[in-house]
Structures are given as C-alpha cells and as structure tokens.
Design a protein around this ligand. Structure first.
Ligand SMILES: Cc1ncc(COP(=O)(O)O)c(C=O)c1O
Length: 306
C-alpha cells in the first residue's frame, strides 16, 4: 500500500489502512455497488490541480444510487467538496484518478437490495498518467455481447457490470489486440469495456445513442459539445453497424481513463490512414486544453484544488 494515503470513508477523511471490508459483505460477494471514475489534471505551469467535471460525475453517481436503491446522505455538491479536501490532504501534484464507490456493507446472505440501508461511501485516489500505452489502438470486436439496460444496466456503472468488460478485455488482449469493442444483443456497435466510441465519416461525427446500452460518458458529452461548438461538425447519435467501423475515415474512444484515443485497426482491418486521424488530434488538443482550465469558455468544468 502507498504510504500515507488518505481516503474518504463514511463522512470522514481517514488513513487508508483504517478502512477494511468484511469478507461476507454483499459488495464483495455479489458485486452490489456502483462507482465513478474521475480525473484531476495537474498543471505544472500554474502549479494547480483541477478536478474535471466533478459535479457531473457525482450527479451520475447519485443517479446510479437511485436506480440501484442505494441511498446515500450526500448531495453532489458535498461530494465535490469532500473530493477537493481529499486531494488536498493527499497533497497530489500530479494528474490523479479519483474513485468514488458506493457499496453494500451488509453481511446478510441474500443478494437483495431490499430493506438494506447499509450503503458505504468510499473515495480513494491515486496518480494516473496515460491509461493506455499507445496513441493508436488496435482493436477487435469481442465475442462477448454487451450487457443490456434490462439485464444489468451499463448506465448505472454497477461494479458487477465490469465482469462483462473484463471478459471482453481478456479475450482481445489474449488475441494480441489493445482494446475490445462490444456489440449489443441486437448486433449494433456499443462501446469499449471502459470507454465510448466515435466514428468520423465524411466530416460527420457518429456515435451510438444512449438507448444502445452505453454508459452515458461525461467525456462523450464533452466531445459532442466540442464537435458542435468548436469544430462545427454535424453530430449524429444513431445505431452503428459493425462494418461501418471498417469503412470510417476515423474511429476513436473517449473516457475519463482513456481520455481521447484513436483506433487505427478493427478486426484486422485498417481504419482510415492507419494512423491517428486529424479530427481525433483536434479533439485531443481541445480536450487537454480544457482539462487544464486554459479555455475560458469551459473553465467552469474545472475545480481548482489548491
Ligand atoms: C463502460 C464505460 N463506458 C464509457 C465510459 C466513459 O465514461 P466517462 O467519459 O464518463 O468516463 C466508461 C468510463 O467510466 C465506462 O466504464
């Protein structure tokens, strides 16, 4: 364990070593929990750490809690404030990943959400640079189908849902690729194991709609906003067929951990030029500028910690 790591747990900031989970708890046994993934970006020049879209992440967490019947006694604003306190306490001066998780602490044997108010709230954080080793990912469609909204709703970012992600990743990594792409039960392109997907075709930006069982990514929303407001691109949210990936001009992923990263190969077919595309590059430039509060138009997305 890291030295002197502080976490938020049940209303207080405490030393990480003080938090333990019971081997019988429902979160561990049945995956009854939901979480968020947030980044805080370090700006060396300004010597400042910026929490990125904290409020949107905590609003999504509260929506997940609502769907899963896991009430917690905090507002999104309170959770934002605790997060700032936590980052300060850890004295991070580097880009950091923040993991809030709400889980069932109850040790009752049955995997129910019913009549059980033991919802624990934990936030931990750790430095995180680039999530993937490459700017140009080789991907493959997984033979594992994406879970659906009426089965294990991806929208709730439930911990249990990530077994589906893990199986898809396992398959494609063992086959020598960098990342997986999921199809829905209907056979439409869905998302990656931990990121949303975009296609660029004839100057249009295309992405699967929220009704195609995706997690409604906060980075996805930023990309859509930038496309419309900064790049003057038409954005089309519609179902996407697998082979459309093969004949796109560009494909890229978006996500908190993944940030904006280009996909240059799908199912052993080269996408576009086979290199990081120009449109993806533009999104990256705009995105990284915004995360460090350099663009006044989007400064409200960033919460300074120090
Ligand atoms: C399955 C899945 N899709 C998409 C995303 C991207 O969402 P966001 O941009 O909010 O990080 C994530 C990451 O949290 C994810 O786990």
């Amino acid at each position: 364990m890291m030295n002197e790591s502080y976490v938020f747990y049940q209303g207080k900031i405490v030393d990480e070593s003080q938090v333990t989970i019971d081997i019988r708890c429902k979160a561990f046994n049945y995956g009854l929990g939901c979480f968020e993934g947030i980044r805080a970006y370090w700006d060396e020049e300004k010597q400042q750490l910026y929490g990125f879209r904290l409020k949107e992440h905590y609003e999504r967490l509260l929506q997940s809690c609502k769907a899963l019947y896991m009430d917690i006694p905090y507002t999104a604003e309170e959770l934002c404030n605790w997060t700032v306190e936590l980052l300060k306490k850890n004295n991070f001066k580097t880009t950091t990943y923040i993991r809030p998780i709400v889980y069932k602490g109850s040790t009752e044997l049955t995997p129910t959400l019913y009549k059980d108010n033991d919802n624990r709230v934990l936030i931990y954080c750790q430095p995180l640079g680039k999530y993937v080793g490459s700017n140009a990912l080789r991907t493959a469609v997984s033979s594992w189908t994406r879970i659906s909204d009426n089965m294990l709703p991806p929208r709730t970012k439930a911990t249990a849902a990530y077994l589906n992600s893990a199986l898809a990743s396992l398959e494609v990594l063992q086959n020598g690729f960098d990342e997986a792409i999921f199809l829905t039960q209907q056979g439409n392109v869905c998302e990656g194991p931990g990121e949303n997907i975009f296609l660029v075709k004839n100057g249009k930006l295309i992405t699967p709609p929220v009704s195609d069982h995706i997690l409604e990514g906060i980075t996805r929303n930023v990309v859509i906003e930038l496309a419309k407001n900064e790049l003057n691109m038409e954005v089309v949210e519609r179902s996407v067929a697998r082979t459309e990936l093969y004949n796109s001009d560009e494909v890229f992923f978006s996500g908190t951990a993944m940030e904006v990263t280009s996909v240059v190969e799908v199912d052993r077919r080269i996408v576009g030029s086979g290199e990081e595309g120009q449109v993806c590059k533009k999104f990256k430039e705009l995105f990284f500028d915004i995360t460090k509060a350099n663009n006044p138009k989007y400064r409200h997305y960033c919460t300074p910690v120090y």
